[in-house]
Design a binder for this molecule. Structure first.
Ligand code: ADP
Length: 282
């Protein structure tokens, strides 16, 4: 279990309060999403979780124990995949996996066995002797996943795991993450893609300006707002209204003269009504 307890982070150079008293509990085995626009504080939070950054206040507890830079035993339970490609471009997939195993002191026999399993799991076996520079963006991201899993973490943290990927690679990554979660891995990811949060995450925290604006399952957040949306196109702006069912939405829409669209409510609507701006806002 991950407990984020009253965590704040201020960047002294810019005076930005990137996180402001954030508290969250993420149960073991959960698939949890931090959803928010650029600049909301998501990367800062997961950098603190991976001990790359220290909080200005508050603490993180993993299975009841306080996380710290010197707590190698706790840090080993976590693996982080950042947005940035941190792979050496002149190394092959096999070499990258072997190097990672050695860095973590994993016995050679285990490195070789896990490497086979993980490359096969990510459908990368046929590319194992290619250098990283010859891989597509999707393959690089899958290799980062293999590398992170080599140390058998209990918790996988991913910062925008599908940013910049084409739709097919994005769906492939979703399937891999779903399978890993079904096998018991706790997954925490950040995203600003609605579809990603809705289709993967059992619970999401809507993050805005360093605070948790809402925390619930995507279904509950949508149900509470009203699962059926009506967009009314009035001149140069669109006004949306939300209803508990289609009948109520149709009753509202029926009396309007402007063009209307009946649709399913999304997490973007929840975000917009809760926070007053959309997820693509910078
Ligand atoms: P997100 O991941 O949600 O896009 P970030 O955690 O990257 O958000 O950023 C949160 C806020 O902190 C933003 O206002 C950003 O400009 C600021 N920030 C992030 N990193 C730094 C840094 N190293 N120094 C100063 N300000 C930063």
């Amino acid at each position: 279990m991950i407990e984020i307890c009253h965590v704040s982070k201020r960047y002294p150079q810019s005076g930005t309060n990137a996180l402001d008293d954030v508290s969250l509990t993420i149960e073991s085995g959960a698939f949890f999403g931090l959803l928010g626009p650029n600049g909301a504080g998501k990367t800062t939070l997961i950098s603190i979780l991976s001990t790359l950054l220290l909080p200005s206040a508050g603490e993180i507890r993993i299975d009841g124990e306080t996380l710290g830079r010197r707590r190698g035993d706790i840090k080993r339970k976590l693996a982080l995949i950042t947005q940035h490609n941190s792979l050496r471009s002149d190394m092959t997939l096999d070499q990258i996996m072997e190097l990672q195993g050695r860095l973590y002191g994993i016995p050679q026999e285990r490195i070789l066995r896990r490497r086979e399993e993980l490359l096969a799991f990510c459908a990368l076996t046929g590319h194992r002797n290619k250098t990283v520079r010859r891989l597509s963006g999707g393959m690089k991201r899958k290799l980062m996943l293999c590398r992170a899993l080599l140390t058998d973490p209990e918790i996988l943290i991913l910062d925008e795991p599908t940013i910049g990927l084409d739709p097919a690679s994005r769906r492939q990554m979703w399937d891999l993450l779903r399978t890993l979660n079904r096998q018991g891995l706790t997954i925490l990811l950040t995203t600003h893609y609605i579809e990603e949060a809705e289709s993967l995450c059992q619970r999401v925290a809507l993050i805005d300006q360093g605070r948790v604006a809402r925390l619930d399952t995507p279904e509950n957040l949508i149900r509470l707002l009203g699962p059926v949306a009506v967009d009314v196109f009035a001149g140069d702006h669109t006004q949306s209204a939300f209803f508990p069912d289609k009948e109520a939405a149709l009753a509202y829409a029926g009396g309007r003269s402007e063009p209307i669209l009946l649709r399913r409510t999304t997490l973007e609507d929840v975000f917009l009504t809760q926070v007053g701006r959309g997820l693509e806002a910078v």
